[in-house]
Design a protein around this ligand. Structure first.
Ligand code: GLN
Length: 534
């Protein structure tokens, strides 16, 4: 197993995850199986309990792991599926060590950070990589070098450096090069962070410098000199137009070849599908306008996977999707705002929790339904589409989800009995991969080209089976089911009205878009053209 260990300097939020995913992608292009581990030094066991305001979206893996959004980037760039064990947190490590201590596994010894915590970290890393069957594992140590929280992890990888043959492990440090008021690129913060790293016994072989503008040769030279790395191993990663450009930017500077030399790996194949996908993305001719009506709209990271899946759908349809984030609550306060939805070629209602903004989202759904604007609803978006239909088409006044109104006379969305009873936070949700059987002749089967699908979930509530016949008799079709669970709702005869209880965005990949997203963008393009020809 080859390990590429990546630390971060100067500050967080440098796009370390994208850099790592890009390095991994380039190695995959040479014919290697690449996997990735994200280490988050926070005490939370997982990201499931964290607010999207703090950390962006919670990404859901096939095994139901609720993890940091960087794992989403890894899955998309490496075109792989990871498991919850690929996200190691301080919480998980301590939980395990404390459980072992209680069981008496440490045979009366004093349990300490070194060696017990560090051993646990190393064992977790090695177990995951062995199970993954990969050739190369990228390990991202979250946070910034010097943080108290990340110390045990840095110590653990320092020990690994001793234990592994030198051609099996390489350290990359991602740092920030800022510009001063005169626009000169400054390397001092990078020098300091490398110094900090050295004081912990780690010396990076490669420095990736993030910057706003391309890294000048003189800057590279300075970093090389002060940080003691060869100049060709100082890699510039400036702000790209699109994150999918980053693998190409890094490749141009020869990093992949250098890493392979260090790791004693030969190039097996030359897979150019990534650069072809980027070329397709850049050559789009059409443009459509999408409205996402949500509630975390001031933080785009909260809807990261949805934005990515929309992009994938766009690339496939040769069409650029301009995304507009609309705050659901403003639609509630001012109905004239709802009318503005007319200018869009499609409306997407994403998932969410809690009542805030739900009435506004339903106004948007009603508008889409009545004006036949392409609509894609995801998770809460499907639940609201069902409630809106129950209220305004089936005429069930005050129909609602028991999540928002426990006393509603028509609980069209409810918790199914088998969903209740779990004890701790996160434990009550239906998470990860579940299958659905699709109805013959439906939009769903057309999109997927199959009547059997597997998609990822993250929800607690769902369509109440008692109302299904009534809703269907008025024209809503539940075209995807998992026994008595409704997985897809559609309204036949519309341009595109498709809503799913699952989250198709999590399985979408560049070059292999999620079928509902692909179909949705196609419907948007068609609708646009229809309107233009009027
Ligand atoms: N709040 C809803 C539920 O728990 C929807 C969740 C979601 O959109 N992810 O079922």
């Amino acid at each position: 197993m080859k390990y590429i260990i990546v630390t971060g300097g100067v500050m967080s939020g440098l796009g370390k995850g994208i850099t790592i995913a890009s390095i991994g992608r380039n190695l995959k292009n040479k014919g290697y199986r690449v996997t990735a581990i994200k280490i988050d030094p926070y005490i939370n066991i997982d990201a499931g309990t964290m607010s999207p305001y703090q950390h962006g979206e919670v990404f859901v893996l096939r095994d139901g792991g609720e993890v940091d959004l960087d794992l989403g980037n890894y899955e998309r760039f490496l075109d792989t599926e990871l498991t919850r064990d690929h996200n190691i947190t301080t919480g998980k490590v301590y939980q395990e060590v404390i459980a072992k201590e209680r069981r008496g596994d440490y045979l009366g010894k004093t349990v300490q950070i070194i060696p017990h915590i560090t051993n646990e970290i190393k064992s977790k890393i090695r177990k995951v990589t062995a199970r993954s069957g990969a050739d190369i594992c990228l390990i991202e140590i979250g946070g910034t070098v010097g943080d108290i929280e990340s110390m045990p992890f840095l110590e653990a990888v320092r020990q690994m450096h001793r234990e592994e043959p030198s051609e099996n492990i390489v350290f990359i440090h991602v740092t920030l090069v800022m510009e001063d008021l005169q626009g000169e690129q400054k390397t001092k913060p990078s020098q300091h962070s490398v110094k900090e790293l050295r004081s912990l016994g780690l010396s990076p072989e490669v420095i990736v410098a993030r910057s706003n503008t391309p890294l000048q040769e003189s800057t590279k030279e300075k970093i090389a000199l002060f940080c003691d790395v060869p100049q060709e191993l100082v890699i510039g990663a400036y702000d790209a137009d699109d994150i999918y450009d980053v693998p190409l930017m890094i490749e141009e500077q020869g990093l992949t070849t250098r890493l392979m030399e260090h790791l004693k790996l030969e190039s097996r194949v030359e897979d150019s599908s990534w650069s072809e996908m980027v070329a397709r993305m850049k050559s789009t001719t059409d443009e459509v306008k999408l409205a996402i009506v949500g509630k975390y709209t001031n933080l785009e990271d909260s809807y990261l996977s949805i934005l990515e899946a929309v992009k994938h759908g766009g690339i496939d349809n040769g069409c650029k999707v301009e995304v507009n984030m609309l705050e659901a609550e403003t639609l509630e306060e001012n109905h004239a705002e709802v009318e503005k939805l007319k200018e869009f070629d499609g409306i997407l209602i994403p998932g969410g929790f809690g009542v805030r903004g739900t009435e506004g989202k339903m106004l948007a759904i009603k508008f889409a339904r009545e004006n036949d604007i392409p609509l894609l609803g995801i998770c809460l978006g499907m639940q609201l589409a069902v409630i809106e239909f129950a209220r305004n088409v089936v005429n069930l006044k005050n129909a609602n989800s028991t999540e928002f109104d426990e006393d509603t006379p028509y609980p069209v969305i409810d918790i199914l009995p088998e969903q209740t009873g779990a004890a701790d936070m996160g434990g009550t949700m239906r998470l990860g991969d579940y299958e659905a059987i699709l109805r013959e002749g439906s939009l769903a089967t057309k999109l997927y080209g199959s009547n059997y699908i597997v998609e990822r979930h993250r929800h607690r509530y769902e369509v109440n089976p008692e109302f299904v016949d009534r809703l269907e008799s008025f024209g809503m079709v539940f075209s995807g089911k998992n026994k008595n669970r409704m997985e897809i709702a559609e309204i036949p005869g519309k341009r595109f009205f498709f809503a799913s209880q699952f989250h198709p965005e999590f399985r979408s990949r560049p070059g292999r878009p999620s079928p509902p997203f692909k179909g949705f963008v196609r419907a948007m393009c068609k609708y646009r053209k229809e309107r233009e020809s009027l």
